[in-house]
Design a binder for this molecule. Structure first.
Ligand code: NAD
Ligand code: UFG
Length: 343
């Protein structure tokens, strides 16, 4: 694709080589923003940058480094005119966070704190932060609205609530902050080119990456965690959202930031819940054969049902998810095939 013209101040994208970050970079470039990635590549491969260049038609500047490296961050703000930061960088595995909580507090909380300090000193007060539906814990009702009480049972979730709290306190203490706390539901799928996507290390924890590896013949069978939940078919229900819709949610949030005073939480979901078995059926249809699964015990810490009320995103950001389950599965499968070397 011909390189789109970019203009205006640079958008610093921490964690921009990761799953959601890389897709967001594609959308940012398409929307005409100059982009600078800062990533320590702890959970991303440098090849992503070549892929991004192929998709966007331009080389994306990237600094290899850590958000906890204060001198580096200060240099980034001194050397570039940063108009806003989209902060993806962090660790994200719920189970791992219970094993190495200090790494989670260090990366997610200390990293964000440092970023905010450097932004404050540089006079950059525009932030889009990657929060998560995990901040709602086990919700008392669905669909989940942003004014529902916060609470979570794991260290990862607590890091997200803590950073949200830090942002709220900061924005209350000083005028001029515009912070979107984007609470993502369950991102799946990939860029339609099949060039970028989610690449978990080791055994995938999440449903779709695991199921895609079953489809690719890399895993034998999906274990469905729990079939006795109070849901229509007994399996867990979630709000799966195409990562390209999620990515576009970030450009929408950036555009809306001047009108968001303080730190404003916004759900990014479709508003539609699907069960584990719905997902198995949808991906089986795209792959063209039934995917094997077995019903097993519940996974500790899981909740029955979680889906968003996305109306605030539409009202405040002018954003709405566009892609349905079939597109999520088709694009996820195209990525899995190319990444697994299948034809
Ligand atoms: P990811 O692991 O693919 O991307 C995170 C990126 O940040 C990686 O490229 C990693 O190398 C980088 N990184 C990690 N720690 C860093 C540090 N200290 N300094 C610099 N770079 C660092 O994860 P993702 O799925 O793209 O998630 C992005 C953000 O969205 C995370 O904050 C995550 O908690 C949040 N989130 C993800 C999901 C999900 O299901 N994927 C759901 C809700 C929220
Ligand atoms: N599941 C299975 N088998 C698997 C994996 C998952 O049956 O092998 C089920 C789970 O029990 C759940 C559903 O599939 O019912 C979705 O599970 P995921 O692990 O894909 O997603 P979660 O909703 O548990 O959690 C994810 C992220 C969290 C984030 C949350 C909300 O992992 O970090 O979405 O955004 F907080």
């Amino acid at each position: 694709m011909p390189a789109p013209k970019t203009s205006g101040p640079t958008i610093l994208v921490t964690g921009g080589a990761g799953f959601i970050g890389s897709h967001t970079v594609v959308e940012l470039v398409a929307a005409g923003h100059p982009v600078l990635i800062l990533d320590n590549f702890s959970n991303a491969k440098p090849e992503v940058l070549d892929r991004l260049a192929r998709i966007t038609g331009q080389a994306i500047p990237c600094i290899t480094g850590d958000v906890r490296d204060r001198a580096l961050l200060e240099r980034v703000f001194a050397d570039h005119t940063i108009g806003a930061v989209i902060h993806f960088a962090g660790l994200k595995a719920v189970g791992e966070s219970t094993e190495v909580p200090l790494s989670y507090y260090q990366n997610n909380v200390a990293g964000s704190l440092q970023l905010l300090e450097v932004m404050q000193a540089a006079g950059c007060r525009n932030l889009v932060f990657s929060s998560s539906a995990t901040v709602y814990g086990d919700p008392h009702a669905v669909p989940i609205r942003e004014d529902f009480p916060l609470g979570t049972t794991n260290a990862y979730g607590r890091t997200k609530i803590m950073v949200e709290d830090i942002c709220r306190d900061l924005a209350a203490s000083e005028r001029g902050w515009h912070i979107a706390l984007l609470r993502y539901f369950n991102p799946v799928g990939a860029h339609p080119s099949g060039l970028i996507g989610e690449e978990p290390q080791g055994v995938p924890n999440n449903l779709m990456p695991y199921l895609l590896q079953v489809a690719a013949g890399q895993r034998e069978c999906l274990s469905v965690f729990g079939s006795d939940y109070p849901t229509p078919d007994g399996t867990g229900v979630r709000d799966y959202i195409h990562v390209m819709d999620l990515a576009r949610g970030h450009t929408a949030a950036l555009a809306a930031l001047p009108g968001l005073d303080g730190a404003v939480p916004v759900n990014l979901g479709t508003g539609q819940g699907y069960s584990v078995l719905d997902m198995v059926k949808a991906l089986s249809a795209v792959v063209g054969r039934p995917l094997p699964y077995t019903l097993t015990a519940r996974r500790p810490g899981d909740i029955a049902c979680c889906y968003s009320d996305p109306s605030r995103a539409e009202a405040m950001l002018g954003w709405k998810a566009r892609f349905g389950l079939e597109t999520m599965c088709r694009d996820g499968w195209a990525w899995q095939r190319s990444n697994s070397g299948l034809s």
